[in-house]
Design a protein. Structure first.
Length: 712
């Protein structure tokens, strides 16, 4: 008997029922006891709310005989309000049954000896016409529910006989409903667990704030806020200060990821929700958001990117420092350092552009989603633009500007113009700005930061194009490390800490997840993430200094400088062993800025060596900073206008950097040498996790606390 096989769930993006069951098992293993306690203590109204939140549109069968909702009772009669909300054990028994019972056994018998899935769907299946196909329901991983089509009359008779004897080879009319029932049940149960925790957990940190705090007199204070003009030429010292400020911002963000579960949880959810796999490919297929297997990758990416950002800006700071003083006049050192600096800035620009493209391709906010497609090669997916940005020049200027910024041919010089245009467009058409998500606006701001920095750098240093002619140090080594880390990321599994969704908000879970990641990296790579990048940074700085020294010697000997040949990359096993040996000589208490292990929030609030002087301010200004630095969870919120008004009251001026990014410059009287660059929140409200970010940035930059401000 010849058969043709295919798998309907691969065509739907490789989602399969066994994977959904595995997700449910992991959730039950991690939080099953807590779910039972919360569900039993829920009132019927609370259970109803959880059910309606689970399905999204709130539409649920009233009882098992409800004829509405497109005949849902035909394959899902037990998902109804009357049965699930009235008695807690009705759902809890079914949850345990779905977790503990093999999938193929669920066909024949249900919970407490009740009817199995096939018996429940049998009557409705008779209304569906058979098409000669059969599905095989053996527990064979993703091949569960594999479709078979017989060739010829003999093949059909053979399949019919097997179907009659085993019950696990099912004709298409019944198979479709069986798959639909099992898929829907597992999807609903997975989501219901998350809703139960959201509604009933008294231990997890809250994602959102409650009471909004507003201040008075914002217009008077805003009138004092001046827009500082961008200078035509800046000194290398000023460029260094701008790079150091961005490095400080990156450090503050990593601190928050390590100390505030709310910030880490938001970052992981954002990374998971913007995966390239969720962008349709050329055939319109996506990998579904339903399964939990991608959450570990998202967690890995968040921490990896945070550490890499600090090291990138630290390296930029080190390179600019080499040009301070006589470095700008050194005809040997200047071109070598300038080239490496240019290469590193171009690398950061492309990273920020890629992050912006990833956010704009997200289907959750459809401003530009339909203009992208996913291209998958092996296990790697990348995002490409459909057509050309110029296709929308007249019909949709907003989309045209967005796609220009996403296009790989757009240089950082071109990007400055497109960011300016998109800012002007958002000023004239604020509704288009509101159509973007918060994460999309944040990604636009990150792109604007590096573009603005490269523009400022070009005013004090001759423009240098990205090049490999003088040897690639930082760009080559980070690419090599990225390739190695991608292999580890693909096998990472931190589901015991990350599942169910928002489990990071539970006390202690975020810290355990961070420790697990650090241990995972030490086991696989021979060193933690922080150590990997610390070593990379030191090696690159040492090599730049050696290149400059060698070039000086060549010049003194009147020999032309010839860049050394790049070394062949060492095998991964060799690098891992090298790192383990190096770790033995490293001090055990050597705290590094790139460490990813958890820290307590209180550690971030240690009094500064030189505390900030007391500032006498208006009551409205004090109220703003009281809210930002409040230590209780229900901090409230602060409007952007109130924040800028408070900064103006302190004498700050501001420079717009593009893409909703603003740099606040302190007055000379404050004797604070540093400016601070922040993102204006999308909805112009500083709330939730954003309050932690603003508080950390202000504390790290100016040593401010709630005690710094006194009402005059």
């Amino acid at each position: 008997m010849a058969t043709e096989t295919s798998n309907m769930f691969e065509q739907e993006g490789e989602m399969n029922i066994p994977e959904l069951q595995q997700d449910l098992r992991r959730k039950y293993q991690n939080v099953g006891n807590r779910i039972q306690d919360i569900w039993r203590n829920f009132t019927p109204k609370q259970r109803e709310k959880a059910m309606r939140e689970t399905v999204g549109d709130g539409k649920v069968l009233r009882d098992s005989h409800d004829p509405g909702l497109g005949g849902l009772k035909g394959f899902l009669p037990d998902w109804n309000l009357k049965d699930i909300t009235s008695t807690p054990e009705f759902f809890l028994d079914r949850l345990k049954f779905r977790v503990e019972t093999d999938l193929h056994l669920q066909h024949f018998e249900g919970v407490n000896g009740g009817p199995g899935d096939r018996e429940i769907t049998h009557a409705a299946a008779q209304t569906i016409r058979r098409d000669g196909q059969y599905a095989v329901f053996l527990d064979l991983g993703k091949d569960y529910g594999q479709w078979m089509k017989a060739n010829g009359a003999e093949g059909r008779r053979s399949l019919e006989e097997i179907a009659a004897m085993s019950g696990l080879v099912v004709p298409s009319n019944e198979a479709h409903l069986l798959m639909q029932r099992q898929t829907t049940i597992f999807v609903h149960y997975n989501h219901l667990i998350e809703e139960i925790l959201d509604l009933g957990s008294k231990t997890r940190a809250k994602k959102d704030t409650s009471v909004r705090t507003t201040t008075k007199e914002p217009s008077e204070a805003m009138a004092k806020l001046t827009l500082a003009p961008k200078p035509l030429k800046v000194s290398i010292t000023e460029v260094l200060a701008q790079a150091a400020e961005q490095k400080l911002a990156s450090e503050a963000y990593l601190d928050l990821l390590r100390s505030e579960a709310v910030v880490l949880n938001h970052a992981v959810n954002s990374s998971n929700g913007s995966r390239p796999e969720l962008v349709p490919d050329e055939r319109g297929r996506i990998l579904p958001m339903i399964t939990d297997r991608h959450i570990s990758v998202a967690f890995f990416e968040v921490m990896h990117n945070a550490v890499k950002a600090i090291v990138t800006w630290e390296y930029i700071v080190r390179l600019i420092s080499m040009l301070e003083g006589d470095g700008m006049k050194d005809k040997v050192k200047r071109p070598l350092v300038a080239q490496e600096l240019s290469n590193t800035c171009h690398l950061e620009y492309r990273r920020a552009q890629s992050a912006f493209r990833r956010q704009m391709s997200s289907s959750s906010f459809g401003v530009a989603a339909k203009s992208f497609r996913r291209i998958t090669t092996g296990d790697t997916s990348r995002i490409a633009i459909k057509g050309q940005p110029s296709d929308y020049t007249l019909s949709n200027p907003h989309l045209h500007y967005i796609l220009r910024l996403c296009h790989p041919d757009t240089t950082h010089i071109d990007a400055a113009e497109w960011i300016h245009r998109i800012d002007d467009h958002h000023t004239r058409y604020p509704d288009d700005l509101q159509r973007l998500s918060e994460d999309q606006v944040l990604a636009l701001g990150e792109l604007a930061i590096i573009v603005s920095f490269m523009h400022t750098l070009s005013t004090s240093l001759t423009k240098v194009a990205g090049s490999k002619k003088l040897g690639v140090l930082f760009t080559g080594r980070t690419a090599e490390l990225d390739t190695e880390l991608a292999q580890y990321k693909a096998t990472a599994d931190f589901g015991d800490h990350l599942i169910p969704r928002d489990n990071l908000l539970e006390p202690g879970v975020a810290g355990n997840a961070l420790r697990a990641l650090d241990e995972f990296m030490i086991e696989r790579a021979g060193a933690g993430l922080g150590s990997l990048y610390e070593n990379l940074l030191h090696d690159c700085v040492d090599d730049v200094e050696k290149k400059c020294s060698d070039a000086q010697l060549k010049l003194q000997n009147q020999q032309p400088y010839v860049p050394p040949m790049a070394e062949e990359p060492k095998p991964a096993s060799f690098r891992v062993e090298q790192r383990r040996e190096k770790a033995k000589t490293r001090p055990a208490d050597g705290a590094r800025a790139y460490d990813i292990n958890p820290i307590a929030p209180a550690q971030l609030e240690v009094a500064a060596v030189v505390p900030a002087p007391l500032l006498k301010v208006k009551a409205s200004t004090a109220s703003v900073f009281d809210t930002i630095f409040a230590k209780d969870k229900a901090r409230g919120s602060v409007s952007w206008a109130d924040f800028t008004g408070a900064m103006a009251d302190l004498g700050f001026s501001v420079t717009p950097r593009g893409g909703s990014v603003f740099t606040f410059h302190p007055p000379e009287s404050m004797e604070a040498p540093r400016s601070i660059t922040v993102h204006r929140p999308h909805a112009s409200e500083i709330e939730g996790y954003k309050l932690f970010i603003f508080a950390r940035r202000l504390r790290k930059t100016y040593n401010w606390t709630v005690e710094t401000f006194e009402v005059e």
